[in-house]
Design a protein around this ligand. Structure first.
Ligand SMILES: Nc1ncnc2c1ncn2[C@@H]1O[C@H](COP(=O)(O)OP(=O)(O)OP(=O)(O)O)[C@@H](O)[C@H]1O
Ligand SMILES: [Mg+2]
Length: 142
């Protein structure tokens, strides 16, 4: 199984992370649209580390398999301040909470098939996102 880790310490690491995500996704057979989704999601969460966490972090990319499907698991972790209000970030049914938020994390939730956040004040944040190859992508790229 392919597994790559990249430190996220500087703005240039965001570009590198985005590129690594694109390259890995291309090797796996993801479509151009999915590659753009992956690049955007990686940019958002790695940029957040530098903008909001007050610490540095890591990006981890892993090819995963479930029920004969292949996917890309993107894990981004930091040891910073934690996200204050995670339920309102992920809950898109509550429109009153959406207005005061940035677009980054909600868009990751839309772009990826799965998005999970584990965070605690003062103890950092872990974001795990998975996108699965479609049947067509998997068929065209066995
Ligand atoms: N890694 C993190 N550590 C601490 N707080 C975070 C982290 N990521 C996000 N946050 C908090 O969650 C909020 C929402 O993040 P989100 O990326 O959705 O929007 P934003 O970064 O504020 O704006 P945008 O991404 O649209 O430029 C941030 O404003 C910040 O308070
Ligand atoms: Mg953001």
């Amino acid at each position: 199984m392919v597994r790559t880790t990249l430190p996220i310490c500087f703005r240039s690491d965001v570009i590198r992370a985005r590129q690594l995500g694109c390259d890995t996704a291309e090797t796996m057979g993801f479509s151009r649209i999915d590659r753009r989704r992956i690049a955007t999601a990686i940019s958002e969460v790695t940029r957040n580390i530098l903008q909001h966490s007050g610490a540095t972090g890591t990006l981890n990319l892993e090819v995963v398999e479930r029920d004969s499907k292949y996917g890309l698991l993107i894990t981004v972790e930091d040891s910073g301040c934690g996200i204050p209000d995670t339920p309102s970030l992920l809950g898109d049914s509550n429109s009153s909470s959406v207005t005061c938020l940035g677009a980054g994390i909600p868009s990751c939730k839309r772009l990826m098939d799965e998005c999970e956040i584990v965070t605690a004040m003062g103890q950092g944040t872990l974001i795990r996102m998975t996108i699965w190859l479609s049947k067509e992508e998997q068929r065209d790229h066995p």
